[in-house]
Write a protein that binds this ligand. Structure first.
Ligand SMILES: Cc1cc2nc3c(=O)[nH]c(=O)nc-3n(C[C@H](O)[C@H](O)[C@H](O)COP(=O)(O)OP(=O)(O)OC[C@H]3O[C@@H](n4cnc5c(N)ncnc54)[C@H](O)[C@@H]3O)c2cc1C
Length: 452
């Protein structure tokens, strides 16, 4: 009797799952999820993502039970737990999906070492991105650092075909299944109240409903922040509840699909970059030598949505309430922190990772660098004007009113920048900095760094 373990990490689905399909070639399969201590106590641990993860694991367990098996759950050190399960069930192979962070690569290397000592092989499969990181290189054989040339190669590259979900799986006899823990068993941090449900079923339902209602208008409407017209599938993609390849393959030929699939390419772009240069999780791709300040008061006000810039505050309060911010507003709040408030992007990125339900090392850290001007943006001095952006992307002020209670009865255009007297009357803060002055100072710092 042969047994394979398939370790699930962030491809929490049964459809288009190369590692799961490969494991199913073996007589018995152990679909294993290890609640890695790092997920619970690591520097980027997040109650919001743990809650979503629990929903995703419960849903996956249901799908596996429909196929004759169940999810096997363990908690502890990832490598140790996998090795123990492999030994207990006599597995000779462990399948898993390749991932991109330095941490994920390091633990896979350690698993391979332990496997070699203990007598099981480790096979890593694609599945986390549309095109595997490293598959597309520039003409000189290097990693792409510019999005547009990467996109041109990516969209014309040969993609693998999405795989069907396995019909049946058979667990080895007498295996201890363990169980999906409650959130309270993992953390005493209270999650945000407005989180989406995790899981493949919820992800597929969300994608189907959104595609029918909004895909065709995506190109025109995606920056309408009050309309909330984007797919909100980022958390489902981060946890692999939906397959990026399946989504891209199905939608690329449909009306509105080209623009949407281009966004999925940004995801692949940042993943291939982090896979090649794992240090980008903390360090700049293109350091500019602009020293960042450490104004804790400004950072605290930014986190709390108390900067006095209504669009910035609405975004930061959406983050607290929903573990999500619209993409356009993410750019505005990140630009405001790094350029107007002169705070290091790493501090903002860390706050985002604590709260974002889609918090993803590649997408988060590299988007932060893009906005801070130390990453892949060809125009690193770009500054988002929080009032102009508010007038453009939330002209009626509906997005601001939804999240900034103090301004609930203020109409546009006043809502974008209320006069001081109106602010005082409503208990809404004065502007923390003057945008024009802050930008002038940023440009001076930037010029000084170039001349040094
Ligand atoms: C400072 C900052 C931090 C960010 N942090 C994250 C993060 O931690 N996790 C994350 O998934 N995205 C992050 N993004 C990218 C983007 O904001 C979100 O992917 C998007 O808002 C998710 O909403 P959606 O699913 O409705 O997007 P849609 O517009 O429907 O896009 C579809 C999908 O394309 C991908 N995508 C879209 N834009 C980007 C982008 N700029 N970079 C990479 N992938 C993209 C996402 O997977 C997204 O779900 C960040 C952007 C900024 C500016």
């Amino acid at each position: 009797m042969s047994t394979a373990v398939v370790v699930l990490t962030r491809e929490l689905r049964v459809r288009d799952h190369p590692a799961l399909v490969a494991a199913c070639e073996t007589e018995h399969v152990v679909p294993l999820f290890v609640i890695d201590d790092v997920l619970v106590r690591g520097p980027d641990a997040s109650a919001n993502r743990l809650q979503f993860l629990i929903g995703a694991l419960e849903d996956l367990d249901g799908s596996l039970r429909e196929r004759g098996a169940a999810l096997v759950v363990r908690r502890g050190r990832w490598v140790d737990e996998i090795a123990r399960v492999a030994r207990d069930c006599g597995a000779d192979v462990v399948h898993c999906s390749d991932d991109v962070s330095g941490y994920a690569k390091g633990r896979l290397d350690r698993l391979r070492e332990v496997g070699a000592q203990q007598g099981f092989g480790v096979v890593a499969h694609p599945g986390i991105t549309v095109v595997p990181p490293g598959a597309l290189l520039t003409g000189s054989g290097t990693t792409y650092r510019m999005f547009t040339p990467f996109y041109r190669r990516w969209i014309t590259a040969m993609w693998r075909r999405p795989l069907r979900a396995p019909k049946r799986l058979s667990l080895p006899p007498r295996i201890d299944l363990g169980s999906v823990p409650t959130l309270a068993a993992l953390t005493n941090v209270v999650p945000s109240p407005g989180l989406p449900a995790g899981g493949e079923s919820a992800g597929l339902a969300r994608m189907r409903a959104w595609t029918a209602a909004s895909l065709a208008g995506y190109a025109e409407a995606h920056d309408d922040v009050a309309g909330d017209m984007t797919s909100r599938c980022s958390a489902y993609l981060h946890f692999g509840c939906v397959s990026p390849l399946e989504v891209a393959t199905r939608l690329r030929g449909r009306a509105g699909g080209a623009e949407f699939v281009r966004q999925l390419c940004w995801r692949d772009f940042f993943h291939q970059l982090l896979a090649a240069l794992p240090e980008l999780a903390r360090h700049d791709l293109a350091p500019r030598g602009i020293a960042s300040g450490t104004d804790d008061g400004a950072f605290v006000a930014w986190c709390a949505g108390q900067t006095g810039y209504p669009l910035v505050d609405a975004g930061m309060r959406q983050l607290q309430r929903e573990g999500f911010i619209h993409n356009r507003v993410r750019m505005v709040v990140a630009s405001f922190l790094t350029k107007d408030l002169d705070v290091a992007w790493q501090m903002g990125a860390h706050h985002f990772m604590r709260l974002l339900v889609d918090g993803d090392l590649a997408n988060n850290q590299l988007n932060w660098q893009w906005v801070a001007g130390t990453g892949t943006d060809a125009n690193p001095n770009r500054v988002f004007n929080p009032i102009r952006q508010s007038e453009r992307c939330d002209p009626a002020g509906d997005y601001i009113r939804r999240y900034v209670r103090e301004l609930a009865d203020v109409d546009a255009p006043m809502i974008h920048d209320p006069p001081d007297l109106e602010r005082a009357r409503r208990g809404y803060p004065l502007k923390l900095v003057d945008h024009a002055e802050a930008v002038a100072q940023y440009r001076a710092r930037s010029a000084a760094s170039v001349s040094n």
